[in-house]
Design a protein around this ligand. Structure first.
Ligand code: MTE
Ligand code: MO
Length: 324
């Protein structure tokens, strides 16, 4: 593993992060409830003007255990305007403001390393690789906010099986786009670019690990990781790399951008765990985007973000305080 470099990076402290409840008003509430009521028992989400502009990308409702929480879906306007995509700036409003410069066609994803069938795949072929499913997942950022999103995509395992990993493929590294011409945030050295993430091979093969192409029935907005991203719902949000361009199968635990920037704060595993606090933020509770005002009660954070039944066995015998 590479040695971490100290670049004097200081992640914003909790009080520096504008609570989303202040960032947005409750303007979406009435529209949300009206839309939910109108659509009946099927998965429903607020239809906003932003929603109306996107290109449709429907998915069949997933039957995978854990893939359909009954919790209230976060308004699309909140999920698309308050998020992290550091290649477009470090403020929560930067991705929505600046990600329009991202060009999502042509787009390829290169698969390399310990696989029998390496290659470069075009985005339109990847879209046809497996049937699109709609999965409603919680995603929790280590900063303490969470959301419930109807993603559209298929299990990353569908792609992995087709490239036939060899016995040396113990880990998977994800490399995302780093093009200074499209991404103003690359001028900052806040992270090592390209943004790197990684999973152990069994985690990457877990059916809940989603290769997402859309959300809310539409292709992904740029700020949410177009044209394709990972969604690993039992891990902190930063494990879900956006705008993937390369997937590498490797024998050793790969480098990841957040661990390189601050290894004492961001471990390789980063499973959501209310009992293991981040050095500067409690992980015991969370605020749900789009829900209530500043004084709204926080929700308790669940072990593995509520996916313990599905993923817990992968970590049996591991000291999760050590392997955080
Ligand atoms: N390429 C890239 N991917 C990224 C990030 C990033 O800065 N760059 N931020 C991560 C973090 S910290 C979170 S919480 C989620 C946010 O995802 P969202 O847009 O669905 O809210 O994206 C993750 N993926
Ligand atoms: Mo995050």
């Amino acid at each position: 593993m590479l040695l971490p470099k100290n670049r004097g990076f200081v992640h914003p402290i909790a009080s520096d992060i504008t609570p989303q409840s202040v960032f947005h008003t409750r303007r979406n509430w009435v529209a949300t409830m009206a839309a939910v009521a109108a659509l009946g028992p099927r998965v429903a989400w607020p239809q906003t003007s932003a929603a109306a502009r996107g290109n449709a990308l429907p998915g069949a409702r997933s039957t995978l255990p854990g893939a359909m929480t009954m919790e209230k879906i976060t308004p699309m306007a909140d999920a698309t305007s308050y998020n992290n995509y550091y290649e477009f700036g470090t403020d929560k409003s930067d991705p929505a403001q600046h990600a329009h410069t991202l060009k999502t066609r042509p787009w390829t994803v290169t698969i390399e390393g310990a696989v029998k069938k390496p290659g470069t795949f075009g985005i339109d072929d990847l879209l046809k690789l497996a049937p699109m499913e709609e999965r409603v997942y919680r995603l929790r950022c280590v900063e303490g906010w969470s959301m419930v999103i109807p993603w559209v995509g298929y299990s990353l395992a569908e792609l992995i099986r087709r490239v036939e990993p060899t016995g040396n493929a113990k880990f998977v590294q994800f490399v995302t786009l780093a093009d200074p011409a499209q991404m103003p945030g690359l001028r900052s050295s806040v992270l090592d670019w390209p943004y790197l993430e990684g999973l152990r091979i069994d985690e990457a093969m877990h059916p809940l690990a989603l290769l997402a192409f859309g959300m809310y029935g539409q292709v992904l907005p740029n700020q949410n990781g177009a044209p394709l991203r990972l969604v690993v719902p039992w891990k902190y949000g930063f494990k879900s790399g956006k705008s993937l361009v390369k997937i590498r199968f490797v024998e050793q635990q790969p480098a990841t951008s957040w661990s390189l920037a601050a290894p004492q704060e961001y471990g390789f595993y980063s499973n959501v765990n209310p009992k293991v606090d981040h050095p500067r933020w409690s992980q015991a509770t969370e605020r749900r985007l789009g829900e209530g005002d500043l004084f709204a009660k926080k929700r308790p954070t669940l072990m593995f973000n509520g996916y313990e039944t599905q993923v817990g066995s992968m970590y049996e015998g591991m000291d999760l305080a050590k392997w955080f």
